[in-house]
Design a protein around this ligand. Sequence first.
Ligand SMILES: Nc1ncnc2c1ncn2[C@@H]1O[C@H](COP(=O)(O)OP(=O)(O)OP(=O)(O)O)[C@@H](O)[C@H]1O
Ligand SMILES: [Mg+2]
Length: 339
Amino acid sequence: MAEPILEVKDLVKHYPLTQGIVLKKQVGAVRAVDGVSFSLTKGETLGIVGESGCGKSTLAKVLMNLEKATSGQVLFKGEDITRLSGAGLKAVRRNIQMVFQDPYTSLNPRMTVGDIIGEPFEIHPEVAPKGDRRRAVQDLLDVVGLNPEYINRYPHQFSGGQRQRIGIARGLALKPELIICDEPVSALDVSVQAQVINLLEQLQNEFRLSYMFIAHDLSIVRHISDRVGVMYLGKMVEIGTEEQIYSHPTHPYTQALLSAVPVPDPTGREHRERILLSGDIPSPANPPSGCRFRTRCWKAEERCSTEVPLLAVPSTLRGPAAHESACHFAEVRDVIGSG
Ligand SMILES: Nc1ncnc2c1ncn2[C@@H]1O[C@H](COP(=O)(O)OP(=O)(O)OP(=O)(O)O)[C@@H](O)[C@H]1O
Ligand SMILES: [Mg+2]
């Protein structure tokens, strides 16, 4: 087995809910990420999917150390980065970069593209000494498929797809090993999405990058991911290889998500089932007892309200389909159809 580059152990991020303007008494907590564990190996892409508000961006921010973890560990190459500060933190930050969703708001409109891409060198001058910076930025523009002569242009002179390339170039500047992409193509036109995804894949091969790839679009996640994790209300409910998750989903929530993915069927013969979930997502400030998904689950029984299902390989699963699922009644149900 390849060694993990990232190991996340029982990670928790709670945001305090306060009342009162001055004294700010804590009256509860939003359990945005609530005990999440997984690992990522070098060169691998882990896709993360789940409905809005389930904690994907919070997870990304804690991994980036932009938000302090409430508890748990984030081991980057064996070192717990939640406990780092100062020089140690700075060194690790270099290795983990992020590409954000919105290329329209994440680039400073008053800075030139050259200054935006070269900004990380101000903090880490050792990567590109001052005299080499212009060349380094031009190289990066070239690597992401932009004309190096655009170095003095401003963000508004570029299209959405080009701006996301600028964001990616900035993310690459410090030669990171891990890039966390939070909905990197959601704001782009469908035709442009494929180009940016292709670029990310090409860069991954070239620089042996590891990706955590957060997205709503299950087809894109399937295309780019080696493994996929499904989150619900702050928990990871199922995780496995792309093939295991899409062809042998065992958690009812995953099955419901996948059943909603449009699959082109030119024959018109396929009878796909659609699983419609009833009810709204409960509040992460007050999640249901036991299994958090039970209030919307058609399989829920008494046990589900008292016993928290652990993320583990169910004993009923064997062979290539065997992967982790947090459901007391996990069983394979092919919802996409193999035809
Ligand atoms: N700074 C904050 N203070 C309080 N609550 C927060 C904060 N940031 C996020 N939350 C809450 O934490 C939960 C998870 O939010 P998060 O942004 O991580 O979800 P997400 O999965 O990224 O959603 P989306 O798909 O819409 O981007 C939500 O209930 C959100 O309201
Ligand atoms: Mg988000």
